[in-house]
Design a protein around this ligand. Structure first.
Ligand SMILES: C[S@@+](CC[C@H](N)C(=O)[O-])C[C@H]1O[C@@H](n2cnc3c(N)ncnc32)[C@H](O)[C@@H]1O
Length: 238
């Protein structure tokens, strides 16, 4: 049975995992890259990779059994523009992003991240300031960061963090505060479930602008109260 949640701050998930370079993941590694953080069972990317063969798609996920199952699906379909990797995005992505060839990363999506409702668990949420800065450094001007959630209390601090960095703008034509539709042509599993219940989905598409990003300490100082300090450290297992 796959656990519904794992605690990303438990000691096991603090071990960095070296992630393979695009050349080891994709048949045409120089194609534009879409990174989906927290892809779960990966069915959205499986469909996207078939519809968008001109891009490479990488899903990262902290629950290893889901990655094993998703990789089996990918291999059964013989898709060579798709890969799934097991890692804690907050521990293993930063170095990998830093080593990508300039301009390769075209789009990052973070879709329906785990809510971790209790305040003492907010630091387990996936979009932490250091990760946002690493994404912002890896995304060239004009490249996209797409976030969506059905939980206002989860997406609001993500918006505050992204906007505090000063490194991202919304397309001027997008409605505020939330974009009307999903810019991706395939919904995620969580999205399909939420929409079937008739519940709202909150979405924002950002584009990297030409501003340089602040140092982490400065970004932390600019955040509204309540966003967590990423140096809060390892906490107790879930
Ligand atoms: C609520 S699910 C949403 C899955 C999918 N994006 C969707 O919309 O259907 C959030 C996923 O993010 C994964 N996740 C949470 N924290 C993570 C982390 N630090 N690194 C990688 N994946 C993480 C969880 O294991 C879970 O599969």
């Amino acid at each position: 049975m796959v656990r519904q949640h794992v605690n990303p701050l438990s000691r096991f998930f603090q071990q960095p995992r070296p992630l393979p370079a695009p050349a080891a993941l994709f048949r045409v590694p120089e194609q534009p890259l879409h990174l989906d953080i927290g892809c779960a069972r990966g069915r959205c990317l499986l469909e996207l990779a078939q519809r968008q063969p001109e891009r490479n798609h990488l899903g990262v996920e902290i629950r290893r059994p889901l990655v094993v199952a998703a990789e089996a699906d990918r291999q059964a379909l013989g898709l060579d523009n798709l890969h799934y990797l097991f890692c804690n995005a907050n521990i293993s992505l930063q170095d990998w992003l830093g080593s990508l060839p300039a301009g390769l990363l075209e789009r990052v999506s973070i879709q329906f991240p785990d809510p971790w409702f209790k305040k003492k668990h907010h630091k387990r949420r996936v979009l932490q300031p250091a990760l946002l800065l690493a994404l912002g450094e890896a995304l060239a001007c004009g490249r996209e960061l797409f976030i969506q959630s059905d939980v206002l209390a989860v997406i609001t601090p993500m918006v505050e963090l992204i906007e505090a960095s000063g490194g991202f703008d919304r397309p001027p034509q997008d409605s505020r505060p939330w974009r009307a539709d999903n810019p991706l042509p395939v919904p995620t599993e969580r999205e399909t479930y939420v929409l079937a219940q008739g519940l709202p989905v909150y979405r924002v598409l950002y584009r990297r602008n030409s501003q340089s990003l602040p140092p982490l300490q400065q970004l932390l100082q600019e955040l509204p109260q309540g966003l967590e300090d990423p140096d809060a450290g390892v906490d107790n297992p879930a």
